[in-house]
Design a binder for this molecule. Structure first.
Ligand SMILES: [Zn+2]
Length: 259
């Protein structure tokens, strides 16, 4: 049996499925990872120098302008068929959740209902001083120009500067997100890990934690990222292509006990 056939078989028997996603799933929507070299008017900056609390303290307008521009880039992109595979699977009656390392909102826009953002979200700023979440639509924020510095708006409660509620270098994961992720991972039948690099800790441990809890782990990636476990399946290829094939093979099959 091929890994695709085994993956189909595991999914047929599964009631609880968790999608664990990384930059690879959004790359197909045209969203760059920003971890490597920057291009265009941002190319004189090192991303590691823009994604820290000290960078924000030093030059809040530069960092705010950079994130607003990224948020604008995301708003111009559309979720792809890989993002839609989670809500598609939920239609079969299975319990489906998404744990993502991505800070874009493409899973939300694809119609996923249960999403844990391990590294925060670009679309929900918070106060740099009092840490309270704030609401700010992109329209209210103003459409940024590439490379433009923009003074961050102020917190309505304490007048502190708003910052993006994403996890910067050397910061901890958002309170509650890791706990919720662990609850989902330890209780799922199948974990589908899509486009994750396996290097950003502690998120990179998630497939291993799922395996230890007895789940089947299906990796969908451009390269072999399997860890050598017996309940691991490796589907190599583009997430949009691989997940469409996987979903097509089970979409008419209701969750076990719900047929
Ligand atoms: Zn505040």
């Amino acid at each position: 049996m091929s890994d695709m056939q085994k993956a189909t078989a595991a999914l047929r028997l599964a009631n609880k499925v968790v999608f664990f996603t990384g930059a690879g799933i959004s790359a197909e929507s045209g969203i760059p990872t920003f971890r490597d070299k920057l291009t265009g008017l941002w190319k004189k900056y090192n991303p590691e120098r823009l994604e820290t609390a000290s960078a924000f303290r030093e030059n809040p307008s530069l960092v705010w302008g950079w994130y607003l521009w990224r948020r604008h880039q995301v708003s111009q992109s559309q979720p792809n068929s890989a993002h839609f595979s989670a809500p598609r699977l939920a239609l079969t009656g299975r319990q489906v959740a998404v744990i993502t390392q991505n800070i874009d909102d493409l899973h939300e826009r694809a119609g996923c209902e249960e999403i844990v953002h391990l590294h925060g979200s670009l679309s929900q700023p918070k106060c740099f001083a009092c840490h309270r979440g704030a609401e700010l639509t992109l329209e209210e924020a103003q459409i940024p120009e590439e490379g433009a510095m923009i003074e961050p708006p102020r917190c309505k409660r304490c007048n502190g500067r708003l910052r993006p509620a994403v996890v910067w270098f050397r910061e901890n994961l958002p309170a509650g997100a890791w706990k919720e992720a662990m609850r989902l991972v330890k209780n799922c039948d199948v974990l589908i890990s899509v486009g994750t690099s396996g290097v950003v800790m502690p998120a990179a441990n998630i497939p291993e934690i799922a395996l230890a809890a007895g789940a089947t782990v299906i990796h969908v990636n451009l390269i072999d990222v399997s860890l050598g476990g017996t309940k691991e399946l490796m589907l190599i290829g583009k997430a949009t292509v691989v997940l469409s094939e996987l979903l097509n093979s089970i979409q008419h099959l209701a969750a076990p006990g719900k047929a």
